[in-house]
Design a protein around this ligand. Structure first.
Ligand SMILES: [Zn+2]
Ligand SMILES: [Zn+2]
Length: 214
């Protein structure tokens, strides 16, 4: 760990900044502006809020592992590397809770204020360096959200729920089925069943084979 550089004339003292320290904001003073200088940046930091979409996301406070390289280039700082983020959610087919780890690759240029890149880009087209800091959270959040599946599943071939009883099909025997009677005939079927109970005989078997009816 190199010694902290002495504060520049007129800059706020390092101590004054410390209380608000956000672990997602990388202090660039150690990197320097000389093009080509590099720094490996490995840290595990908690997600500052839930990053996700409806059914799945990185929970707030979950440990996000960052294995990044910061490289000083002419226009700013190039951030590249790998991010591992735990995700939790709900299966879109059977609604069971699920958890997984997202493995992401990121590569992004953060532009210096006053650089050509900054001057020629729209406000939302390029990430910017704020003072001496680079905020990794929006980059990781955007990458996470774009990577998450809209319809996550607990297993790749989850069969979902039985439309009749709502049970998870993967938990039921393979021959699970319900004998469904058209609702328009349900009343008639019930009357026929009653008649059959009192007078055994000329009944088509269908309504009698299912003991769950009645
Ligand atoms: Zn499922
Ligand atoms: Zn069922």
């Amino acid at each position: 760990m190199p010694a902290a550089p002495s504060p520049r004339p007129g800059a706020a003292s390092p101590d004054a900044r410390r209380p608000a320290a956000d672990p997602w904001k990388v202090d660039l003073r150690e990197l320097g502006r000389r093009a080509g200088s590099m720094r490996d940046w490995k840290k595990t930091i908690p997600a500052p809020e839930r990053w996700g979409i409806e059914l799945i996301g990185v929970p707030e406070g979950a440990p996000v592992e960052l294995h990044l390289r910061l490289e000083s280039v002419m226009e700013g700082v190039l951030v590249s590397g790998e991010v591992d983020a735990p995700v939790t959610g709900q299966c879109a087919r059977c609604l069971e809770p699920l958890s997984d780890t997202l493995h992401l690759h990121v590569q992004e240029l953060y532009a210096y204020a006053g650089s050509t890149t900054e001057a020629t880009s729209e406000e939302d087209e390029v990430r910017r360096i704020e003072g001496e800091r680079l905020d990794l959270a929006p980059l990781v959040r955007d990458t996470v959200v774009l990577t998450l599946p809209l319809a996550p599943t607990c297993t790749p071939d989850c069969a979902g729920l039985c439309v009749d009883c709502g049970e998870r099909l993967d938990d039921l025997p393979a021959d699970h089925s319900h004998e469904v009677i058209d609702p328009r005939w349900a009343g008639l079927a019930a009357r026929l069943a009653d008649q059959t109970d009192s007078a055994e005989g000329s009944q088509p078997g269908s309504t009698r084979t299912n003991p769950e009816e009645n």
